[in-house]
Design a protein around this ligand. Structure first.
Ligand SMILES: [Ca+2]
Length: 121
């Protein structure tokens, strides 16, 4: 029973990280999904989705759905599209979405700018 729970946890957990920018509280949103790291299609990406990402990463809140600074756009696959969070979910995996690059018009990669718990320096 414990093993089964662990297995289900590993299947449904979708780790999230921010990458490509020079700050640790913002960047391109990357998800570890089906065995690989990838990005999220920017179609339908908005602040409610960012809230969930920032919350999952333990930040105080969400500031914007883009970073504004240069974000290195690495050539990694689009693993999710049409992410539709309400903003109250505790993790991105709970949000409605399409898997893969579903009719993606803007594949530059969804970004997030979170509110750091305190500004460094
Ligand atoms: Ca959305």
């Amino acid at each position: 029973m414990l093993l089964l729970s662990l297995l289900l946890f590993l299947i449904f957990l979708v780790p999230v990280r921010l990458n490509g920018a020079n700050i640790d509280y913002g960047g391109r949103v990357e998800v570890f999904y089906r065995g690989t790291w990838g990005k999220i299609c920017r179609d339908k990406w908005d602040l409610d989705d960012v809230k969930v990402v920032c919350n999952q990463l333990g930040f105080k809140g969400a500031l914007a759905e883009f970073v504004g600074a240069d974000v290195k756009n690495e050539n990694i696959p689009v693993l999710m599209s049409n992410v539709s969070c309400t903003g109250g979910e505790s993790e991105l995996a709970s949000c409605k979405r399409s898997d893969g690059e579903y009719d993606c018009q803007d594949d530059e990669g969804a970004q997030a700018l979170c509110e750091p718990s305190k500004f460094a320096g």
